[in-house]
Design a protein. Structure first.
Length: 104
């Protein structure tokens, strides 16, 4: 999940940031891991939220994580994703379709 969050954050910097620098920092505190993706560019506010951040928020919520996205006080923008370390990913179970025997 964190890899997906980093990819989404970096993509947003490239597409929307108009920045010269991007910083990606990861830290661990207590039972959580936090990733901060920040840039020094302008924040272009879209007319409506894009699917990327909405999807990121939904996925992080499913595992007990949080997403914060906001302009920085002195310019730039930061995306912060925090996830619990104790989360166990459970594979989705899909019923298998029975294969029909070939007709002869």
């Amino acid at each position: 999940m964190l890899g997906w969050a980093i990819r989404e954050g970096a993509t947003n910097v490239i597409r929307h940031g108009r920045s010269k620098r991007c910083s990606i920092q990861m830290s661990r505190s207590g039972g959580e891991v936090r990733v901060d993706i920040s840039n020094d560019g302008e924040r272009v506010v879209p007319a409506a939220p894009g699917n990327g951040l909405v999807g990121l928020e939904e996925r992080m919520h499913e595992i007990g994580g949080r997403v914060e996205a906001a302009p920085l006080p002195h310019g730039g923008f930061r995306l912060r994703v925090t996830v619990p370390l104790d989360h166990r990913v459970q594979p989705e179970l899909h019923p298998t379709a029975e294969l029909a025997a070939p007709q002869r």
